[in-house]
Write a protein that binds this ligand. Structure first.
Ligand code: NAD
Length: 469
């Protein structure tokens, strides 16, 4: 075909028309996405979150308070829906426990009140230390507590004046997206900025890496296993890493054994052992070990004695030394059924006596299988507990009435959470004092994160005035 001027004009007009169509489609697409905080493009999500953060930071603190309250008010009507969705999508956990986890997250995650200013004053004037936002935070969330972590992070990070781009676990995509949508609804109700909390429609490791690399992300918060914690810590950005644990529970001869057994089974079976803080192995002083096992059986433990069956269970639940995901967070009853043992719903935990070197004691299984390791006395118990915690400095429990042992254990374990004479979940505010969080940062040292963990320390100095001392 010869291209004369008329032809050229017609082709250009056609191309312009097609281009306009694409632009319009993209515009309407991002308008729709903006309503729900769910984006197809990582970079678009981050740009929208950046804009939202600027609006939030320019607004009164009152707006942050309203948003946090609205998240609490709105989400409290969806605790059952999110719990059911989480269990059905991931195949892990227990609905009733997950519902409770949502309730405590909503009620006990601190808001704006967590940001306390600090002042120096004297002859040279007044200096105020303030907690200021980072900007846009990239938050990577796990499959084990998907919606709980998103709610908890959203409250704390918004209270500190940030916007958030969530990179959820692909296996908890629907639950995570639904949570982000509900949070957007809550923010909209009180006139907060659109896209303060955003996520990606197709979560993947690739998209998470893309998010981490974007220069507009000023802080990374990873809640998950060792891989992702290492990845954010080597990103060159300010990072909070909330990683894996392997919490031991030590029981000595001075403990209230009936209560210890009850607490251990309650903590270990909570959400089928998915919480990183849950009891993962028992270290029991020999003189009380038999009675402890007996009491545990009274509280829903199934004792596996046959060595061959224990070995078969190892083969089932571990693949090349890592937990087999098809058994992570599953009911004890289901695991036992696959082992050829039929039990009822009253069985919540499988227990077995093992050595300290057994993989059940060494590995973080995240399922209701609890090994019991005998030691001759509490001092040996402290050493064994330290060994099994692998220096992760995450969580440990102890049941004892000996003040010296309680103190020594607490000092030597060096864990972020240490629960004395209670179930593990008391350490995150369920039946124990203190706030709730689902991002427990051992490796980077923030501990049980809250709004102040997501804020920068800034110093504002007024020279030579305003001190009235
Ligand atoms: P996971 O490590 O498989 O995934 C966590 C998140 O990291 C997901 O969003 C995943 O997509 C992402 N991810 C994983 N590897 C990555 C990589 N190399 N690069 C980029 N992103 C990556 O963990 P999970 O199975 O979802 O959760 C269970 C683990 O998380 C357990 O080890 C548990 O102890 C830990 N955890 C810790 C805390 C805490 O507060 N310390 C809380 C919950 C879970």
């Amino acid at each position: 075909m010869n291209l004369d001027t008329n032809n050229m004009e017609a082709i250009v007009a056609m191309l312009m028309k097609e281009l306009k169509k694409v632009e319009n489609k993209e515009e309407s697409c991002s308008c729709y996405e903006a309503k729900n905080g769910v984006f197809h493009s990582v970079d678009e999500a981050i740009s929208a979150a950046k804009k939202a953060q600027a609006t939030l930071f320019a607004s009164r603190l009152e707006l942050r308070e309203k948003i946090v309250n609205s998240i609490r008010e709105t989400l409290k009507d969806y605790t059952l829906e999110l719990a059911e969705l989480g269990v059905s999508e991931t195949g892990m956990g227990r609905v009733a426990d997950k519902k409770l986890k949502h309730e405590v997250t909503i009620a006990k995650t601190p808001g704006v009140e967590d940001l306390k200013a600090f002042a120096y004053s004297g002859d040279d004037g007044l200096t105020v230390m303030e907690l200021s936002p980072y900007g846009v935070i990239g938050a990577i969330t796990p499959s084990t507590n998907p919606s709980e972590t998103i709610i908890c992070n959203s409250i704390g990070m918004i209270a500190a004046g940030n916007s958030i781009v969530f990179a959820p676990h692909p296996g908890a995509k629907r639950t995570s997206i639904r949570t982000v949508e509900l949070i957007n609804e809550a923010i909209r109700k009180v006139g907060g900025p659109e896209n303060l909390v955003v996520t990606i429609a197709e979560p993947s490791i690739e998209n998470t890496n893309k998010m981490m690399e974007n220069p507009n992300i000023k802080m990374l918060v990873a809640t998950g296993g060792p891989g992702v914690v290492k990845s954010v810590m080597s990103s060159g950005k300010k990072a909070i890493g909330a990683g894996a644990g392997n919490p031991p529970v030590l029981v000595d001869e001075t403990a209230d054994i009936e209560k210890a057994a009850k607490d251990i089974i309650a903590g270990c079976s909570f959400d089928n052992n998915l919480p990183c803080i849950a009891e993962k192995e028992v270290v029991a002083v020999d003189s009380i070990a038999d009675y402890l096992i007996f009491e545990m059986q009274k509280n829903g433990a199934y004792l596996l004695k046959d060595e061959a069956l224990i070995e078969k269970l190892v083969g089932m639940v571990l693949t090349k030394g890592s937990p087999n995901r098809s058994y992570v967070g599953r009911d004890a009853k289901v695991i036992l059924k696959d082992l050829g043992i039929q039990v009822g719903d009253e069985v919540k935990v499988i227990i077995a006596e093992t050595t300290k070197d057994h993989p059940f004691a060494q590995k973080e299984l995240l399922m209701p299988i609890l090994p019991i390791v005998r030691v001759k006395n509490a001092l040996e118990g402290i050493e064994v507990s330290k060994e099994l915690e692998h220096g992760l400095r995450h969580t440990a429990m102890i049941h004892s009435k000996n003040i010296d042992i309680l103190s020594k254990y607490a000092r030597e374990m060096e864990t972020t959470i240490l629960v004395k004479n209670g179930p593990s979940y008391a350490g995150i505010g369920v039946g124990g004092e203190g706030h709730t969080t689902f991002t427990i940062a051992g490796p980077t040292g923030e501990g049980l994160t809250s709004a102040r963990s997501f804020a920068r320390n800034r110093r504002c100095v007024l020279v030579g005035a305003l001190s009235i001392k």
